[in-house]
Design a protein around this ligand. Structure first.
Ligand SMILES: [Fe+2]
Length: 279
């Protein structure tokens, strides 16, 4: 690793850049990357020679563990659709959530490859909030409110129809710290939101709900816990889906934004403790 240029991303994550001599991504040791991943929760690999094809990208992902297979296969093509049936394929913003929340197993790693990036003024950054940091930075009063609340989420889309129930504050599946599992309600001021989930929050009075969401939102997007990734073509980002929540900023319709995303399971795989029904 010493031969690469490594920078810290603020407030979390690290960037490893290729050099003229070391531009083959397969020269990186996955075991070393995994140690850095545990320490920093997000790794950006930039400037490496692009994979020749999607199969080569899949082979890289398989170095990290077992790939979670979706009805569409191993790779999700994140690209804007005409008349999307779901917000995932719209150009709209996507609120904070964790991946696999509606699936039988929750992946530990999200691995993204940026095939094509929007221009710098076209939006479309992927947003990440580090909930370990967030809980370390939160006040005792805030935590007292959050730890009483359980979120109940129902969502029907092309790939599943599921119900998920999770406390807001819960434990990291394999490590000794607390994390937040929360699907932020889509805000009204962000335009039309295609196919929203049904959300319910238990353990809190109706009159206090707005304050709950306001306090979580302010913590999730606080610059001490929040990083928004500005994509460049060729970027590989590996993000910790157990610790982070993520979303997307809206982008200009028609902008050339194309990401590929693969889910890699932990070892051993983590069965979703929050899943109540799944079709
Ligand atoms: Fe997601």
């Amino acid at each position: 690793m010493m031969n690469y240029r490594i920078d810290f991303i603020k407030p979390f994550g690290i960037k490893i850049e290729a050099t003229a001599e070391l531009s083959n991504i397969l020269n990186l040791e996955t075991k070393e990357l995994q140690i850095l991943f545990r320490q920093h929760q997000l790794i950006l690999l930039r400037g490496f020679t692009p994979f020749k094809n999607t199969d080569d990208f899949i082979k890289f992902c398989e170095l990290w563990g077992e790939i979670s297979i979706w009805p569409f296969g191993k790779v999700l093509e994140l690209i804007e659709h005409d008349n999307p049936s779901d917000h995932i394929f719209d150009n709209n913003y996507v609120p904070m959530h964790w991946d696999g929340m509606y699936r039988p197993q929750v992946p530990e790693y999200q691995i993204f490859q940026c095939v094509n990036a929007p221009m710098s003024n076209q939006g479309g950054r992927t947003t990440f909030s580090n909930t370990k940091l967030l809980l370390e930075n939160a006040s005792a009063e805030e935590k007292l409110v959050w730890e009483k609340v359980t979120g109940s989420y129902q969502r029907k889309m092309e790939f599943y129809c599921s119900k998920t129930v999770s406390p807001i504050i819960t434990k990291h599946p394999h490590l000794d710290y607390e994390v937040i599992r929360y699907n932020e309600p889509p805000s009204d001021d962000q335009g039309q939101f295609v196919n929203p989930p049904e959300l319910e929050f238990l353990g809190i009075d109706e009159k206090d709900l707005n304050n709950l969401h306001r306090s979580l939102k302010s913590a999730l997007y606080n610059t001490s816990n929040f990083y928004a990734h500005d994509w460049q073509a060729g970027d590989i980002v590996i993000a910790d889906n157990f610790t982070l929540l993520h979303g997307r900023e809206k982008f200009v319709s028609g902008a050339p934004r194309h990401l590929q995303r693969v889910h890699v399971l932990s070892d051993p795989p983590y069965n979703n403790p929050a899943l109540r029904s799944y079709e």
